[in-house]
Write a new protein. Structure first.
Length: 402
């Protein structure tokens, strides 16, 4: 079961919808077509618009007018070759703003031979949500020092349901003595949700869901490699690195580091004396290995220095997961920074991990759009920085393929 608070019960399955992601660099929009004759969704168009400096930080809207203008342009570009209106939207919350928690409740029923009814299920989920909210508030307080901010649930999804030790798809209608339910909740600060709702209203769009990218990535792993249930998600986004620990297919803890892809660009700009725009182009050319040998060496040296700082941050970040006794050895890497080869190498090295209790030698895999239930008709949505838009389509499939 998946619950999305922003989805209207009367919403019919749309044939087309948009996904929108906002980061510190730009706004990206992709338009999807749901062909009843095809199992995969088709990406019909993609649009991107650069933001002015500091208009958005870690996905949080700072300059409303600039973000709105960029979103309008990104949507316009995405819809250039699409007929008709596309009013439905799935918008990314921004991984650094989302607290993802899996809460497990286990209890013994007084009347084990009586079938579980809807009232009992409702009470159970209310109990789990209350426990999850308290945990999320405590985590938010420890991270930000803010005890007054209200949090909103953006996604609720079952991780596992068991009756007397046996897995079941749903509780209602079944009987048994011992009930165990593990449920994932994604929370987001209220002010951020209101800002996204206001943006959608200004754009004249109807929100199907505000999505957690890490939740979608975990669902991607479940569909592509269901045999892997314990792993780590590392999202090297534009200005943050977000890490989620997954056990049993559910995200149990998430933390972020205020260093991301932009950190590497800044190091190149500072050390080579070029603009941020020029540094970004140099980094892309370095990744594609189209620079001259001397340029490859200079840019590589800049990245080497940037990696040192990033790895120090990663080591500290993993040390903050106080509730995790042993970390999974499998790492799935995503985000704009996932294309930097030194990032993969750094995660594989033992220097930062010698004091982190990993089960085995770490194995890093890149998350690719090819593994998603989508077909890219544009040829544009293939780089790692478009993955967040593409992976949001999983929420659409969960909503309407029940």
């Amino acid at each position: 079961m998946i619950t999305l608070p922003f989805l209207q019960k009367s919403t019919k399955r749309p044939s087309k919808f948009l996904t929108l992601s906002i980061n510190s660099e730009d706004v990206k929009c992709a338009v999807f077509y749901d062909d009843p004759a095809e199992a995969k969704l088709k990406i019909l168009g993609a649009g991107r618009q650069i933001l002015s400096k500091d208009s958005s930080r870690a996905g949080i809207i700072v300059d409303k007018d600039d973000v709105e203008g960029a979103a309008e342009e990104a949507i316009r570009r995405a819809l250039e070759n699409t007929e008709g209106d596309v009013p439905h939207l799935i918008i990314a919350a921004g991984n650094a703003t989302v607290l993802g928690i899996t809460t497990t409740v286990r209890y013994r029923r007084k009347e084990p031979h009586t079938a579980i009814n809807d009232k009992e299920v409702t009470r159970l989920y209310e109990r789990i949500s209350e426990a999850a909210y308290i945990e999320a508030q405590n985590e938010y307080l420890s991270t930000t020092g803010n005890a007054d901010e209200n949090l909103e649930i953006i996604t609720t999804s079952d991780v596992s349901l068991k009756i007397d030790g046996h897995s079941v798809k749903g509780l209602e209608g079944n009987a048994g003595l011992v009930i165990e339910a593990a449920v994932y909740h994604a929370f987001c600060p209220e002010y951020h949700i209101k800002a996204l709702q206001a943006l959608a209203k200004k754009l004249g769009l109807s929100i199907l869901a505000v999505g957690s990218g890490m939740y979608c990535a975990a669902q991607w792993v479940k569909k592509i490699t269901p045999e892997i249930t314990d792993y780590i998600l590392v999202d090297v986004a534009e200005d943050t690195t977000n890490v989620s620990i997954v056990f049993g297919g559910g995200i149990v803890a998430t933390k972020f580091l205020s260093l991301g892809h932009r950190h590497f660009v800044e190091q190149i700009a500072e050390r080579m004396g070029v603009t941020m725009e020029e540094a970004g182009k140099l980094l892309k050319s370095y990744i594609s290995e189209v620079l001259s040998d001397p340029e490859m060496e200079v840019v590589g040296g800049c990245i080497k220095e940037a990696i040192k700082i990033w790895v120090m941050g990663i080591e500290i970040l993993f040390g903050e997961f106080t509730g995790v006794k042993t970390f999974p050895s499998k790492i799935f890497l995503l985000g704009a920074g996932a294309e930097i080869p030194e990032v993969v190498k750094a995660l594989m090295t033992d220097s930062w991990a010698k004091n982190i209790p990993f089960r085995e030698t770490r194995e890093v895999s890149l998350m690719e759009i090819e593994g998603l239930p989508v077909t890219d008709a544009t040829g544009v949505v293939k780089s790692k920085d478009w993955f967040s838009n593409a992976v949001l389509s999983i929420i659409y499939k969960e909503i309407f393929d029940k």
